[in-house]
Design a protein. Structure first.
Length: 185
């Protein structure tokens, strides 16, 4: 088992344990138009993580095509550290995501929970198939921008840390939902 599996299992458990009891309406509830619902947070994670699967496939097949900047260690380290820092759960600064990673829509059925769990299992499988490449200090490009490069190991840390950040965000929405329901009752 690689070090990311345990973290992914914990995150998956948190999402399922916290939000499986919610109705469709509650999963889609938003405290404000610009804030993502719990379901949108899960959909965003699925969308973002899945864009890495072709990158992983290229690694496995040996067909990775990197830009020149990937040869510049300072750039690789800079991008990796910057992105990892930006996705930390305690970083309260709102960030605009790339359009390819935005939630697909805003009205999800309860099946989003099953989709998320299935996706997390696939993510673990994908990572297990390329985890050994981390020892080789392999560099990859971001699926959102070919010129944003970082080490594979950092990319996997970013994915897991990013999931923790979105669990925190989803849980904040849940706390606001509970508070709004308490006001009504």
């Amino acid at each position: 088992m690689n070090r990311w599996d345990e973290e992914i299992d914990k995150i998956t458990g948190r999402f399922l344990n916290s939000f499986s009891i919610l109705s469709k309406k509650e999963l889609n509830w938003k405290p404000a138009p610009e804030v993502w619902s719990i379901a949108q947070n899960m959909d965003h994670l699925i969308n973002l993580n899945e864009t890495y699967f072709p990158v992983f496939a290229d690694l496995k097949s040996g067909t990775t095509n990197l830009p020149f900047i990937a040869k510049i260690g300072l750039a690789v380290n800079f991008f990796g550290k910057m992105i990892l820092k930006s996705v930390q759960p305690e970083n309260r600064k709102k960030m605009k995501t790339f359009s390819i990673w935005e939630p697909g829509h805003s009205d999800f059925d309860k099946g989003i929970l099953d989709r998320f769990e299935e996706h997390q299992n696939r993510l673990k499988q994908e990572i297990s198939e390329i985890a050994d490449k981390t020892r080789e200090n392999v560099v990859i490009s971001s699926p959102a921008n070919k010129n944003i490069v970082y080490k594979l190991e950092t990319a996997l840390d970013i994915l897991v840390t990013h999931e923790k950040r979105h669990y925190r965000q989803a849980n904040e929405v849940y706390q606001l939902l509970k508070a709004s329901e308490n006001k009504v009752s």
